[in-house]
Design a binder for this molecule. Structure first.
Ligand code: IMP
Length: 192
């Protein structure tokens, strides 16, 4: 099999609950804005926010990527005015750091009261730009991961656990095989 589960759903839930408790304690007496980066941060933000109690605002922004050097721009901006607010940027994964570096620079120009980052995953050894990470779920190697928000070619964001693609060539030959492994009989009904 060219994929293997590296973090199961129960372990994810436990780690995210721990992070949520830590963040809730750190932001006690304040009402932070959780700003999720679409689409990968959706499951993480949903679980994180539900672990944080009622005083939380939620918004999202979407990015567009162009060129080969990891350049990014805003495709869909958030609607929340963050001036004077305590903003927690929520990311699925920080790899080179280029995306996060761009976003932090942009958000700072909007003059939030504070700005911090929570990422589920940190590929620290691949960093090109040094970026501050106040909260992170797991540090990982440079394997390509899918599930719990992370995609391969737009697919598999809805896997409940995190899976590593061990052999990309083999995986590309039969990506639906994974759906079968994870979802059993229901995997058969996944359209190509
Ligand atoms: P960075 O700008 O290099 O830090 O890129 C971060 C983005 O790269 C993430 O938001 C993901 O879209 C993508 N990415 C990096 N590693 C992975 C992975 O293992 N699986 C899925 N997407 C990834």
């Amino acid at each position: 099999m060219s994929v293997t589960e590296v973090v199961d759903p129960a372990t994810l839930a436990g780690r995210v609950a721990d992070l949520a408790a830590q963040i809730a304690a750190d932001y006690q007496g304040r009402q932070p804005v959780l700003l999720g980066v679409l689409k990968g941060a959706v499951p993480f933000l949903a679980d994180l926010s539900r672990g944080m109690g009622p005083r939380v605002d939620i918004d999202f922004l979407g990015l567009t990527r162009f060129g080969t050097e990891g350049r990014v721009g805003i495709a869909m901006d958030s609607a929340t005015s963050i001036a004077g607010r305590h903003v927690l940027l929520v990311e699925d994964i920080v790899d080179t750091g280029l995306t996060l570096s761009y976003l932090l620079g942009l958000l700072q120009t909007r003059e939030p009261a504070s700005l911090a980052t929570a990422t589920l995953l940190d590929k620290r050894t691949r960093r090109i730009v040094d970026v501050p990470l106040e909260y992170r779920g797991f540090e990982i190697g440079d394997e390509f991961l899918i599930g719990y928000g992370l995609d391969w070619d737009g697919r598999f964001r809805n896997l409940p656990g995190l899976w590593a693609i061990l052999d990309l060539a083999e995986f590309q030959d039969d990506p639906s095989g994974l759906a079968h492994v994870v979802f059993g009989e229901r995997g058969d009904r996944v359209a190509p």
